[in-house]
Design a protein around this ligand. Structure first.
Ligand SMILES: Nc1nc2c(ncn2[C@@H]2O[C@H](COP(=O)(O)OP(=O)(O)OP(=O)(O)O)[C@@H](O)[C@H]2O)c(=O)[nH]1
Ligand SMILES: [Zn+2]
Length: 356
């Protein structure tokens, strides 16, 4: 295994030199679990932890390594290393949904392409596809649309679906495959470039795992063996979230990927959301909360049965979560700022006291 196989490029090497990190080893994070990491390097895998200094100066989740990150490290013994620094990321995939603390969660870093996977039989939905596209563009990841389960519908229907996509979404490659018959795999394999990093985004059951298994062949089994290394009794996750595919592409797949597009709800809900959002413009008051106001177009539509009550509830829930998320982030920033000031003053005082 060399670093190029893991996706290392001249550009990353240049950055490493620029940051004067040459005295350290270099590796890529292939698994993460509660601030324990598995890092793959040219000499093999290490369990790793970050330095105390890194933890102390971290301002948020973004300052901790994520799967896909390149890190500067020092081997400590045969299977344990200390991570000193994260190299600048070319892309960051974040969780869109809200965590308890309102903190942003990083799912993976340095992804070049995302396969947006939808099954042609029941899952296909243009609105959802657009939502994933938005996520890609805001994360600096290039999208590739992959339609699966083409064996379940006829040729003509496949063409119709492809046309409906290209009509609305321009300049994004669209591939159609079957994981059963392997139809379309040749085109897919041609799209995947050696040394580039990919991820799979899509609803549950569309065939992501099957696709990953088919593409990884023997490699997945090799890299997925249970870790023997339990340095000083530590136990780290054994499941590698970064797989090198048979054709040289690199694929990141982890549980967080499943939450990227906000939990998928009953089919057709997104379309209903579109309706609700456009109705909101007809509410009498501009700042209508759509809860009790007279002249609320949404409430009226629910009353008349034009909009499903469940869809309305879901919409309101999502809006609440969104505003809660925004306010907690704002509060957190304020808190951090205050704490920063406090620390600064504290240090000043401390120095003064010592000078006395
Ligand atoms: N007919 C057909 N079935 C498929 C195809 N791809 C996957 N399946 C089946 O669909 C089911 C779900 O496939 P998975 O690969 O587990 O789907 P997934 O996207 O990984 O689902 P999650 O793990 O829930 O995210 C399985 O029973 C597969 O055998 C396909 O191209 N054609
Ligand atoms: Zn309203």
């Amino acid at each position: 295994m060399n670093l190029t196989d893991l996706g290392y490029t001249d550009q990353i090497e240049a950055t490493r030199k620029e940051l004067q990190l040459e005295q350290f080893g270099i590796g890529r994070i292939v698994a993460e679990h509660k601030e324990r990491y598995i890092v793959r390097t040219a000499d093999g895998e290490y369990e790793a932890e970050i330095t105390g200094n890194m933890r102390f100066t971290a301002q948020g989740r973004e300052d901790f390594p994520a799967v896909g990150d390149w890190v500067a490290l020092t081997p400590y013994d045969a299977d344990f290393a200390i991570i000193h620094q994260i190299l600048p990321r070319s892309s960051v995939l974040k969780r869109q949904a809200v965590s308890h603390s309102g903190e942003v969660q990083i799912i993976a870093a340095n992804i070049d392409y995302a396969f947006l996977v939808q099954a042609v039989d029941r899952d296909f939905n243009l609105n959802r596809l657009e939502r994933y596209l938005t996520i890609c563009y805001s994360s600096n990841v290039s999208p590739i649309i992959v339609l699966t389960k083409t064996d379940l519908i006829d040729e003509q229907r496949i063409t119709e679906i492809q046309d409906s996509i290209t009509h609305r979404i321009k300049e994004v490659p669209v591939l159609a495959i079957s994981n059963e018959t392997h139809d379309g795999y040749e085109a897919l394999n041609n799209v995947i470039e050696k040394g580039k990093t990919y991820c799979l985004l899509g609803s549950s059951g569309v065939g992501k795992s099957t696709l990953l298994n088919n593409l990884s062949g023997q490699n997945r089994m090799k890299t997925d063996v249970i870790s023997e290394s339990t340095h000083k009794g530590r136990h780290v996750t054994s499941h590698r979230e970064l797989t090198i595919l048979e054709n040289g592409g690199i694929l990141i797949d982890n549980p967080g990927m499943r939450e990227v597009g906000i939990a998928d709800t009953a089919s057709g809900l997104e379309t209903t959301f579109d309706e609700i959002i456009s109705l909101a413009q007809q509410c009498r008051f501009k700042d209508c909360t759509h809860t009790t106001e007279a002249g609320c177009a949404i409430l009226e539509a629910v009353e008349k049965g034009e909009i499903d009550e469940q869809a309305y509830e879901n919409y309101m829930k999502m809006e609440r979560e969104k505003s809660h998320f925004e306010s907690t982030v704002a509060e957190r920033r304020k808190r951090d700022k205050q704490f920063g000031k406090f620390l600064k003053n504290y240090k000043k005082k401390d120095i003064k006291n010592r000078e006395k």
